[in-house]
Design a protein around this ligand. Structure first.
Ligand code: NDP
Ligand SMILES: Nc1nc(O)c(N)c(N[C@@H]2O[C@H](COP(=O)(O)O)[C@@H](O)[C@H]2O)n1
Length: 222
C-alpha cells in the first residue's frame, strides 16, 4: 500500500479558517494536479471532520480522466473513504451518492442504527477500534479489499494520526498565497501534537504553481 497525504495550506499553515468552512487555497493549476492525483488513486480518504465541514464529493472532475480510468478497466472514480468512529456521516452527504463506492471506517462505539442507516445508503462499513477508528487495522482492511494507492485529503486531525501511526509514505502540500490566521483554525497536522520522536521528511521537489508552491516530501517515519 502507498499512502499520499495531499493538502493545501495558507502561507501560515492553515487548512481553513476558525469557522472551519472550506476555503479555496489552491489555484486552477493546483486543483487540476489534485484531480490527476485522485484519478491515479484507488481511494480518496478524509476524516469525519472534513465530511461534516465541507460535504465534499471527492470525485474526479475531468471527464477525460474518468474516461481514461474506465479504459484502464477501473471504475470512473476512486473509492471514497471516511474515517468516522461514531458514524456521524450524514445520510444525505455527497460522498454517499452513486458516483463512486464509499467505505465508512467506524469503531465499535458507532451506534448500530447509524451504521444501518449508512449501510442502507450503500456504504461499505469497516469496523476497527473500540472508541476511535484504529487506523492500522482500518487501512489493512482497505488493502485487503484491493485498495493499494491511497490519497488522503485531510483534515488536520486525521493527518496527525496517520503520522502518529507511521502510515504516511508521501506528503504533498500546496502552500497558497493567503494568510488565514487564528489559533483555532485547523492546521496540516493537529491532534495532540508530537513532543518527541517527530516524524521526519525528505524533500523531493519544490515547484512553483499558481501563485504558490508545491512541496513534495517522502516520509521517513518516526
Ligand atoms: N485545505 C485543505 O487541503 C483541506 C482542508 N480541510 C479543512 O479541515 C477542516 C477539517 O479538519 P478536521 O476538523 O481536522 O477533521 P478531519 O477531517 O481530520 O476529521 C477528524 C475526525 O476524524 C475522526 N477520526 C476517527 N478516527 C480517527 C483517528 N484515528 N484519528 C483522527 N481522527 C479520527 C474523528 O471524529 P470521530 O471521533 O467522530 O470519528 C475526528 O474528529 C475543515 O475546516 C476543512 O475545510 C480538510 C481537508 C483538506
Ligand atoms: N487541494 C485542495 N485545495 C484546496 O484549496 C482545498 N480547499 C481543498 N479541499 C479539499 O477538497 C475537498 C473538496 O472536494 P470536492 O471538490 O467536493 O470533490 C475538501 O473536502 C477538502 O478535502 N483541497
Amino acid at each position: 500500500m502507498h499512502v499520499v497525504v495531499n493538502a493545501a495550506t495558507s502561507a501560515d499553515g492553515k487548512l481553513s479558517s476558525r469557522r472551519r468552512e472550506q476555503i479555496a487555497i489552491s489555484g486552477e493549476a493546483d486543483f487540476e494536479r489534485v484531480d490527476r492525483l485522485r484519478a491515479d488513486s484507488d481511494a480518496v480518504v478524509v476524516g469525519a471532520g472534513t465530511v461534516l465541514a465541507d460535504d465534499p464529493h471527492l470525485t474526479v472532475k475531468d471527464a477525460d480522466l474518468r474516461d481514461q480510468r474506465v479504459e484502464d478497466g477501473e471504475a470512473a472514480n476512486p473509492v471514497r473513504v471516511v474515517v468516522d468512529s461514531k458514524a456521524r456521516t450524514p445520510v444525505d452527504a455527497e460522498i454517499l451518492d452513486d458516483a463512486a463506492e464509499t467505505y465508512v471506517c467506524v469503531s465499535e462505539a458507532a451506534p448500530v442504527d447509524r451504521r444501518m442507516d449508512l449501510a442502507n445508503r450503500g456504504a461499505e462499513l469497516v469496523t476497527a477500534g473500540d472508541d476511535r477508528v484504529d487506523l492500522l487495522r482500518a487501512f489493512a482492511a482497505l488493502q485487503e479489499a484491493g485498495l493499494e494507492r491511497l490519497m488522503v485529503e485531510g483534515g488536520g486531525e486525521l493527518i496527525f494520526s496517520l503520522f502518529e501511526d507511521g502510515l504516511v509514505d508521501e506528503l504533498r502540500v500546496f502552500v497558497g498565497p493567503k494568510v488565514i490566521g487564528g489559533r483555532d483554525a485547523p492546521t496540516l497536522a493537529d491532534g495532540e501534537g508530537f513532543v518527541e520522536d517527530f516524524p521526519t521528511l525528505e524533500l523531493e521537489s519544490v515547484e512553483r504553481l499558481d501563485d504558490g508552491v508545491l512541496l513534495t516530501w517522502q516520509a521517513g517515519g518516526r
